[in-house]
Structure formats: structure tokens, C-alpha cells
Design a protein around this ligand. Structure first.
Ligand SMILES: Cc1ncc(COP(=O)(O)O)c(C=O)c1O
Length: 476
């Protein structure tokens, strides 16, 4: 292995490091014993080692917005299985659907069955894509993205996919190239298949590229448009032509740290797509299904996408995904051009039918907005007391918090400070994700209807954790 390759790969800290993390953790004896086996038998590449400072709590059961570890310790769940458990845990209606359906049929390859037919019709009706639309089913979010991208490339006969830096669209060999995040690449030796993928800048009001100039970073889309107009770039095939099949975007950047761009963002992307004839693919895998207080987050921008990708919360905890798009894209290719043994699982289609009916109702979405308003009020009250909170992004219950050393300069806290906040919160019984371009953000992913008393309980934990953090790291 050459010297450069070694430098490029991220070092594995080794067995002793992981065992120390288990042994020095604050968990009870049963959780620790299970965590030792987790370290012993599971790949060190498991995401849990990256998302928690010690070791992930070993969760045995969930109830509503609470999780309980193997020792019975209770945690408030502000992770929701990373946007999967949209209504919390142990939902009687979902349990009942699974129990009843499992007595009839559990799986039927990638073939149609009554629940799947019902679901495809519902997805087309609710997608918001005008005219005739069609669905292609997968199992994971990455599957849905690959289906959308393959359909767009096949239909247009063009190779390029344009996507912003910082977007996350999956971590398979196909989708890692579409996730504009350098950190992921280190684990895809020798290279991800990045051919025919180009990136552009994602605008955000708080950290626009240059504070000296006005605007929300939206001007970078204009620069991008100029580039597309000219002939001297890989996306152009001549003065009037281009090599681009589609633009692929998240409405808000989720895995990057729950960043909400200016409202004009998707409108500008739509305009650029119309101008150059690109297909617009919107990844609603994390933002969709009610999280933003609307069924789809793209609705906040008043645009109509050409394809949307859906997964995570769709199956109510069971794995299923779908790409829904204009009928011509999914009619262009021939039979068996996509095959996935586990796609469109019967139980998952049955629970997805329930979830879609529920999240598309006006009452459900109103309640999301009320829950989000209570959460935001709680966080604003914390911001009044805690200088570490620099900025809050919030739409519906979709919430990201930027932690800073100094509010005036917007200097982010070092990554270790945000990690301390996360780990201290876990010790106090609150689980959420740390993220951000500077590893200085907190993403809150509560159940859509998290009860207000649970939100208040979480705010009390944050209050204590921020106090300890500000003292320890001399902030404010
Ligand atoms: C916006 C978005 N797209 C795609 C994916 C990939 O989904 P999966 O992990 O199910 O492949 C994720 C996962 O976090 C995501 O957040």
C-alpha cells in the first residue's frame, strides 16, 4: 500500500480504545456486558461508535417518546431512530397491523400484492407531482435514490447529476458519490464512483460564504448558473447543450446538521432545472412525512419536483422506500430493469398505508406545528440564558442548533465541546445527534407529536447540560 493511500485512510484506534470506551461508560452492568459483546462481535465500522462518545446505549424497549436500556434506564428520544419512528415507539395501531397482516402474508419477492397496489396509488396521489406519476419500490433510502438517479439517466441519456456539498443521499457504493461529504470517502478505498457527479454550494443564512456581502449565500446559485451557461465545464456538451440528467437535492440538509436554507432555495433550483431541462429530484427521505409541519418539506417553497424519494418513516419502523416521479421516467425502461428481493415487503406496505393516511391528515400536521412551536419556544428561552446557543433552525419539529464560542463572531465551539454536550445529555437521559459542518451542531428529531411535558423535561436536561458545558469550557 502506497504512502499516500495510508495518509488518505482514517486510522482505526484499535481494540483497547473501544473496550476502554465501554468500561469507562456510565451505563449499568447489563448494558455494559452487552456493549462488550457489541464491541467483540460487530464491525468497528458500525455507526454507533461514531454517533456516541462512549458506546451507544443498548436499548431494549421503547414506549412513546421514551427508550429504555437493558438496565431499565429511561431516555428521552430526540433521535427517533434517525427519523424513522415518526410517532414514537410501541404504537398500538402499528403493532396490530403487523400482527394481522403477518397471519396472511409476510413477503412476496418484489411482486405486487394488495397492500403494495394500494400504497403505490396512494403515493402517486399524495406526492404532489402533477399529471401521471409512477412508483418504484426499494428497501432503503439509498435504494430510492439509486432508482431515481438511474431513471433520470436512462430517460435523458445524459450522465451528470448535480448535488450540493453537504447533502447526504446514502452510503452505498452508488450513493456515496452523490453525498458531497469528504469524510465518507475515506472508507471507500480506492474511490467511490464519482464520475458524472458535480457539486455546488448549499446556502445557509447563518454561515454564508462571506459575511461582508449581503444575501444568504443564494448568490452562489447564480454563480453556478453562469457556469452552466458557459461551454467550458464538464457539465456542458457544447454552447447550447449539456451533459446533465438531474439535480438531486435535500430540501433541508439533514445529516449535515439539520440546516434549513433560505425559502428561495428550492425555487431557484427549480428555475435552473426548467431553464436547462434538468430533472429535479427531491430527497424527502428525512424531511418528508410531516417532519416540517407539511407532508413534504418541498411544499414550503411552492415548487413541484419531478421525482421525490421517500423512506425512513414510511414503514412505521419496517424498512421500505420509494421513488415517485413523472410517469414517463418510469415508463421508459423495460421489464425487470430494477430488481430488489426485499422491496415492497408486505408488512412494510401495510404499515406504510397507515402512516401515509395519518401524516397526510390536516389534524396531524397542525399538531406537528403546535409541537414544533412549543419546542422552539423552549429553545428560545434556553438561548436567552445560554450564550452557547448561536442559532436555531426550525420548521415544524425539524430543528438544528448551532453551538458557538462567541455569538458576535459566530465562532463555532470546537468539536469536543459539542461532543461533551451530547455525551453529558446521554448520561442525563436524553438522546440526539451531533452534526454540523464544524461538528458543532445538535440535531433534534423528536416524534412528530412529542408530548409537551416530555419536551419540557428535555429542555430541563439541556439547561443543566449547557450550564455545565459553559462553565467547563469558559463560554459566555
Ligand atoms: C436525506 C437522506 N437521504 C438518503 C438517506 C439514505 O438512507 P438509508 O440509510 O436508508 O440508505 C438518508 C439516511 O440517513 C438521508 O437522511
Amino acid at each position: 500500500m502506497g504512502k499516500n493511500v495510508k495518509q488518505w485512510q482514517r486510522a482505526n484506534p484499535g481494540w483497547d480504545h473501544f473496550m476502554k470506551r465501554v468500561q469507562t461508560s456510565a451505563y449499568g452492568p447489563k448494558t455494559k456486558a452487552l456493549a462488550e459483546k457489541y464491541a467483540r462481535y460487530e464491525s468497528f465500522g458500525n455507526v454507533g461508535w461514531g454517533m456516541f462518545g462512549e458506546v451507544p446505549p443498548i436499548i431494549e424497549r421503547g414506549d412513546g417518546s421514551y427508550l429504555f436500556d437493558a438496565d431499565g434506564k429511561k431516555y428521552i428520544d430526540m433521535l427517533s431512530s434517525l427519523s424513522v419512528s415518526q410517532f414514537g415507539h410501541n404504537i398500538p395501531e402499528i403493532n396490530q397491523i403487523i400482527a394481522q397482516q403477518s397471519q396472511k402474508l409476510i413477503h412476496h419477492f418484489d411482486f405486487p400484492h394488495p397492500e403494495r397496489v394500494k400504497l403505490s396509488e396512494k403515493l402517486c396521489r399524495l406526492s404532489g407531482i402533477g399529471g401521471d406519476s409512477k412508483v418504484a419500490f426499494g428497501v432503503t433510502g439509498s435504494d430510492a435514490i439509486e432508482l431515481a438517479v438511474r431513471a433520470a439517466r436512462y430517460f435523458t441519456g445524459k450522465p451528470y447529476i448535480l448535488t450540493p456539498y453537504g447533502d447526504y443521499h446514502g452510503f452505498t457504493y452508488g450513493t456515496a458519490a452523490l453525498s458531497g461529504k469528504g469524510g465518507l470517502r475515506q472508507y471507500f478505498y480506492p474511490v467511490t464512483p464519482t464520475a458524472a457527479v458535480e457539486y455546488f454550494y448549499f446556502p445557509h443564512e447563518y454561515r454564508k460564504p462571506d459575511d461582508e456581502f449581503p444575501g444568504f449565500g443564494m448568490e452562489t446559485l447564480k454563480t453556478f448558473e453562469r457556469l452552466l451557461e458557459g461551454g467550458e465545464n464538464v457539465m456542458s456538451s457544447g454552447v447550447d447543450g449539456n451533459n446533465v440528467a438531474a439535480v438531486l437535492v435535500e430540501p433541508f440538509q439533514s445529516s449535515a446538521g439539520y440546516y434549513v436554507p433560505p425559502r428561495e432555495y428550492l425555487g431557484e433550483i427549480r428555475r435552473i432545472c426548467n431553464k436547462f431541462g434538468f430533472i429535479m429530484i427531491v430527497d424527502e427521505i428525512q424531511t418528508g412525512l410531516g417532519r416540517s409541519g407539511k407532508l413534504w418539506a418541498y411544499e414550503h417553497s411552492g415548487i413541484e419536483p419531478d421525482i421525490i424519494c421517500i423512506s425512513k418513516a414510511l414503514g412505521g419502523g419496517l424498512p421500505i422506500s420509494a421513488a415517485v416521479g413523472r410517469a414517463e421516467y418510469f415508463s421508459a425502461w423495460g421489464p425487470a430493469s430494477h430488481i430488489n428481493t426485499q422491496a415492497g415487503n408486505v408488512l412494510a406496505c401495510a404499515t406504510a398505508n397507515y402512516i401515509l393516511d395519518k401524516v397526510s391528515s390536516r389534524q396531524c400536521l397542525e399538531k406537528v406545528n403546535q409541537t414544533g412551536a412549543h419546542l422552539l419556544a423552549g429553545l428560545k428561552a434556553l438561548q436567552d440564558r445560554h450564550p452557547i446557543i448561536g442559532w436555531i433552525d426550525n420548521v415544524g419539529v425539524y430543528t438544528g442548533i448551532e453551538l458557538v464560542k462567541n455569538r458576535q463572531t459566530k465562532e463555532p465551539v470546537p468539536a469536543e465541546v459539542a461532543a461533551f454536550v451530547r455525551d453529558e445529555a446521554v448520561r442525563q437521559g436524553l438522546i440526539f445527534e451531533r452534526g454540523g459542518y464544524y461538528a458543532s451542531r445538535i440535531s433534534l428529531i423528536p416524534a412528530l407529536h412529542m408530548p409537551i411535558e416530555v419536551i419540557d423535561e428535555a429542555m430541563a436536561i439541556f439547561d443543566r447540560v449547557f450550564t455545565v458545558t459553559e462553565d467547563k469550557y469558559n463560554i459566555g
